[in-house]
Design a protein around this ligand. Structure first.
Ligand code: ADP
Ligand code: ZN
Ligand code: ZN
Length: 744
């Protein structure tokens, strides 16, 4: 409680939904909230010609403008500020990523809060019997058998029932009212999400007894429950990382705290959720893209009020407020989906670390194939390195077997010895997973007479050939075209698919194995909600079958009957220009391999390649991801690349090539002048065209900044942004700064 009320400030510095990196000053108007004006209160203000919802960030008595020139706010939307931990994180994020605070808050807020709705939970009614069950119905119900039956039903449920459950049994609201009037039952109102928390036991099913390695990891986690305690839980697929998360969460809940779990975009499957919901008695709130705006606001409120002890979500869930934070878990921490690739380009894993530090709580990054950044932190001692080297099922993970593609004819991308291995596996009653990193029928369509290739009119890219339905589609801009009857260049009708995608491999396998079901899993086959889960449920029944899929299949899914994994082509990442390409492809290969032989049978992983002698691929095959990662880290150190150096990328794009290149040129010149002047040890590279220069008819260029110290890099970025904001030429060009870019 406050001793004296906060004095009303003369000026409110308000964050407005806009890309401008500044606050806008308004005058408070109307009655102050009970606890006084504070950061985090939402206000409605006029901004230009719009009415917008802004958030008060500063309360002060001065402004750069004369006070009598300030516009008053139009309305105050909150009695109490939005959660302080959330506001802190947003402000940190805006500062670190040098992004407009107004736009950052927009990103981090449920849609309904952005629209001005209040942060109050929706409620529902619950009905409980006031009298314990008796053998006979009370005499006043002798002539109302339905009421007697309803009372009896409620007496069977110690916590009562919600209205929906009552009506579902064909009882009516009138019967409920009649019983209330007779004093036999009571009506309670509770929040829809997390309203009813069971008392007593935390667990709904017992925890598994841990093996030695798990127990050692768990002991370290138990020792750090009340401090900032960053851990890399580095364990092979199937080694029981999830069991560790569950037991950590149990410890957190027992201490009346909340756990936040981040999973990759495609990792938040009903199966994953089921595992958490089965273990715990309490509410598990899931934040995923399928929620309605109302559900999302409820979930946010339940987390903010502390009613939801467990919150699970994808990237943006890092911005969920928590009343009593106890631990943060990032599963599959190496996954690319944790980095937002547009607008506010934050990395949820990095923010998880920062947030845990702020709250002084443990944070666990779990992966079988940790990001090189995380491995380096673990090696340097910044993170505890918790290793799980054994699978819970006692089978060593399958090693990769390289299969030479050179000079071999392929059918649907597969060569004969591989097709034979598939036959053997199916005959033995097992399942086969064929991994191919391209959806569609074939990467492109080619003319055999003149060499013409189908190219996108809007991008520097080939168009992918699809058969279901037949068309050419650009996977970069989604432009579609009907299939040509003849070559547009020479008129020849000899047009043939070049290479293989999931549809073609599916077709080949279906022809070759007519008696075996073939399931294709990619973005096209799973557009319908639940389609993926339906297929996987079928697959988990264990009948022999073939699965053809993209990386959607590589992650998280437990496929116990898959005994052979085939990688159609491992070469994509080997010689790519992006410095992280090899790391990402090695992670993907190891993750795919992790799908094999999770049950009683040891599995095989066949990896087709045109480069069987590539030293990196050989190292990965012979000694696994960890050995390759160690070598890649040495290479990064020698080359002065992350995690040994910090990078920022200025991206510029416009439909007018000339506008982009001249702006990029002057921005680089201005940056170099600043660097020279400040004598900071910063490198400025570029401008250079982006890897795909023309995309959706827009020209993309970039400038890269690199430094050994984060603070220096940030100083240079701030200068560059100030220059861009003042430069008239920059208004015709779309630009953004990417701090710690994942792809160059
Ligand atoms: P990860 O998350 O590392 O891939 P999981 O936690 O999913 O591994 O564990 C793989 C399988 O092993 C699961 O079926 C899980 O129930 C089982 N498991 C994990 N820990 C144990 C344990 N200590 N004892 C028995 N089974 C375990
Ligand atoms: Zn031609
Ligand atoms: Zn395109």
């Amino acid at each position: 409680m406050l001793d004296s009320p906060r004095p009303t400030p003369s000026v409110l510095g308000v964050a407005i939904p806009s890309p401008l990196r500044r606050l806008f000053d308004y005058r408070p108007d109307g009655p102050a909230p009970a606890d006084g004006w504070q950061p985090g209160l939402r206000v409605q203000v006029s901004f230009g010609r719009r009415q917008v919802v802004g958030v008060v960030i500063e309360c002060r008595d001065t402004s750069d403008l004369p006070l009598d020139k300030l516009k008053p706010i139009d309305a105050r939307l909150d009695d109490a500020p939005l959660p302080a931990d959330w506001l802190w994180l947003c402000r940190f994020t805006a500062r670190y990523y040098q992004h407009a605070i107004g736009d950052t808050l927009q990103n981090a807020m449920p849609a309904l809060l952005r629209q001005g709705r209040s942060l109050t939970p929706r409620t529902r009614e619950r009905w409980t019997a006031t009298h314990a069950a008796r053998d006979d119905a009370p005499p006043e119900l002798s002539r109302a058998p339905r009421q007697a039956a309803l009372l009896n039903m409620l007496q069977q449920h110690a916590h009562g029932l919600v209205t929906q459950a009552v009506l579902a049994q064909s009882f009516t609201r009138e019967q409920l009212k009649a019983l209330v009037n007779k004093g036999l039952i009571e009506r309670h109102e509770e929040p829809m999400t997390g309203g009813q928390q069971p008392q007593g036991a935390v667990l709904a099913e017992p925890a598994l007894p841990l093996n030695g390695e798990q127990a050692a990891a768990m002991a370290r986690l138990h020792a750090g429950l009340d401090t900032f305690h960053p851990c890399l839980l580095h364990g092979v697929t199937g080694s029981g990382k999830t069991e560790i998360y569950l037991q950590l969460i149990e410890a957190v809940i027992t201490r009346q705290r909340q756990a936040l779990v981040l999973v990759p975009e495609i990792g938040l499957t009903p199966q994953t959720l089921e595992r958490f919901r089965k273990r715990f008695q309490c509410t598990v709130v899931a934040l995923h893209s399928g929620l309605t705006d109302n559900d999302r606001l409820d979930a946010w409120e339940a987390a903010a009020s502390g009613r939801a002890p467990i919150v699970i979500g994808t990237r943006s869930a890092i911005f969920t407020p928590l009343a009593r934070p106890g631990a943060i878990i990032v599963d599959e921490e190496h996954d690319g989906s944790f980095k937002q690739q547009e607008g506010l380009r934050y990395h949820a894993r990095d923010l998880a670390i920062i947030r845990a530090q702020h709250h002084a709580i443990p944070v666990v990054l779990g992966s079988a194939t940790p990001a090189l950044e995380s491995l380096q932190h673990a090696t340097a001692g910044d993170y505890h390195h918790l290793r799980l080297t054994q699978r819970a099922s006692r089978h060593a993970p399958a090693r990769l077997e390289l299969v030479d593609l050179r000079g071999r004819t392929r059918q649907g991308g597969l060569i004969t010895p591989v097709l034979e291995a598939i036959t053997t596996t199916l005959n033995a009653g097992h399942q086969v997973l064929v991994f191919i990193n391209r959806r569609g029928f074939a990467p492109t369509l080619a003319c055999h007479a003149c060499g013409w290739l189908a190219e996108c009119d809007h991008c520097d890219a080939h168009m992918t050939l699809h058969r279901q339905p037949p068309l050419l589609a650009c996977h970069h801009c989604d432009h579609r075209r009907p299939l040509p009857d003849a070559c547009p260049d020479c008129g020849s009708a000899d047009l043939r698919p070049l290479g293989s995608g999931t549809e073609r491999t599916e077709e080949t396998l279906a022809e070759r194995f007519p008696d075996t079901p073939v399931h294709r899993i990619d973005r096209d086959s799973t557009r319908r909600r639940d389609a993926l889960e339906q297929t996987l449920t079928e697959v988990r029944r264990g009948e022999p079958c073939l699965l053809v899929g993209t990386q959607m299949l590589a992650k998280g899914h437990h496929l116990p009957h898959v005994n052979l994994v085939v990688v159609v082509n491992a070469d994509a990442g080997l010689y790519a220009s992006d410095f992280r390409a090899l790391e990402h492809s090695a992670q993907l290969l190891e993750q795919v391999a992790g799908r094999a032989g999770r049950s009683a049978h040891p599995g095989r992983v066949l990896v087709q390649t045109l480069h069987p002698d590539d030293p990196n691929l050989r190292l990965l095959a012979a000694r696994g991801y960890d050995a390759l990662a160690e070598q890649l880290l040495e290479e990064r150190r020698a080359a002065g690349l992350p995690p040994f150096r910090f990078l920022a990328l200025l991206r510029l794009e416009s439909p007018a090539e000339q506008d982009v290149s001249s702006l990029a040129e002057s921005a680089a010149t201005a940056t170099r002048a600043f660097i020279e002047h400040s004598e900071l040890d910063i490198e400025c590279l570029g401008p250079v065209p982006a890897p795909m220069e023309r995309r959706q008819n827009r020209y993309h260029m970039q400038i890269m900044l690199g430094a050994d110290k984060r603070s220096r890099l940030h100083a240079a970025c701030a200068q560059l942004i100030a220059w861009m904001e003042a430069e008239p030429g920059a208004r015709r060009v779309r630009w953004s700064l990417d701090i710690d870019p994942q792809t160059l």
